[in-house]
Design a protein around this ligand. Structure first.
Ligand code: NAD
Length: 257
């Protein structure tokens, strides 16, 4: 007989858990942080440069009655990542890691510099490796660990003008599948979320007309919001998903590139 605590749809499924969310000062990461806090988690709000926005995320998390702290780090640097986790332990032992920080780069491959290629791969993919590696001992200790990687539909199918970004996001999916097999016996699940077009700062290079076009091409008739991603992450962070690992869930409104 299953314990009642495993019943689906508990109001605070993450009560007492500690989550580290990278790139949580704005956009999707901010909504992931506040959604996890609303579900009861204490949240380490990682940011790169935007301290004021990160403190706003912290205030919103605290508003849900949990604890939260803002921690600065460049997640493509190993020493920064080690410090990020050490500082996060002031909230308790982390059991949830969301690798959300990421950057896009638009342009043809023949115009793409090695510097920009490396910057995108380091920020999106190397950071996922570094944070996951650093997280494993903590998540293992917590006995019910979760790693959730924010990839993209462009990791499922490459996009023209976004080769570095697509390669980094496809790499995150392969990394997710590999790591899931390695750490399943440690009580850690590893999954990826592959969002479609989500209306955040990442789209600021597109005109209103281009955004309208994307909306028209999306079968559900609207662009995604950060909440569309955050709700999937909350599910993957919760006890309800404990039998799911090495998978990719794509909130994309029915539209693949
Ligand atoms: P955003 O630009 O608003 O947020 C990106 C976040 O990453 C910011 O908080 C930024 O500070 C952080 N970041 C960037 N470089 C960093 C570095 N070196 N070290 C630490 N943090 C760094 O964009 P968003 O749409 O909220 O993107 C969040 C994630 O979702 C990204 O991984 C992105 O690739 C992914 N995604 C976005 C969309 C979309 O349409 N917006 C679609 C699919 C996937």
């Amino acid at each position: 007989m299953e314990a009642e605590s495993r019943e689906w749809g508990q109001s605070a499924p993450l009560a007492g858990k500690v989550a580290v969310v990278t790139g949580a000062s704005r956009g999707i990461g901010k909504r992931i942080a506040t959604t996890l806090a609303k579900a009861g988690a204490h949240v380490a709000v990682h940011y790169h440069e935007a301290q004021v926005e990160a403190l706003d995320t912290v205030a919103r998390c605290v508003g849900y009655g949990t604890r939260a702290v803002a921690i600065q780090a460049d997640v493509s640097q190993e020493e920064d990542v080690q410090r990020l986790f050490l500082e996060a332990t002031q909230l308790g032992t982390p059991s949830i890691l969301v690798n959300n920080a990421g950057i896009a780069h638009y342009g043809l491959v023949m115009d793409l510099s090695l510097r920009d290629w490396n910057r995108v791969l380091q920020t999106n993919l190397t950071s996922t490796f570094l944070c996951s590696k650093e997280a494993i001992p903590y998540l293992r200790r917590a006995e019910d660990g979760r790693i959730i990687n924010v990839s993209s539909v462009h990791g499922l199918r490459g996009a023209a003008m976004e080769a570095a970004y697509s390669a980094s996001k496809a790499g995150m999916i392969a990394f997710t599948e590999s790591l899931a097999l390695e750490v399943a016996s440690l009580g850690i699940t590893v999954n990826a979320v592959a969002p479609g077009v989500i209306d955040t700062d990442m789209l600021k290079g597109f005109s209103a007309e281009e955004k309208r076009q994307m909306q028209t091409e999306t079968p559900v008739g609207r662009l995604g919001t950060p909440y569309d991603v955050a709700h999937v992450v909350r599910f993957l962070a919760s006890p309800d998903s404990s039998f799911i690992t090495g998978q990719v869930i794509s909130p994309n409104g029915g539209r693949l590139p």
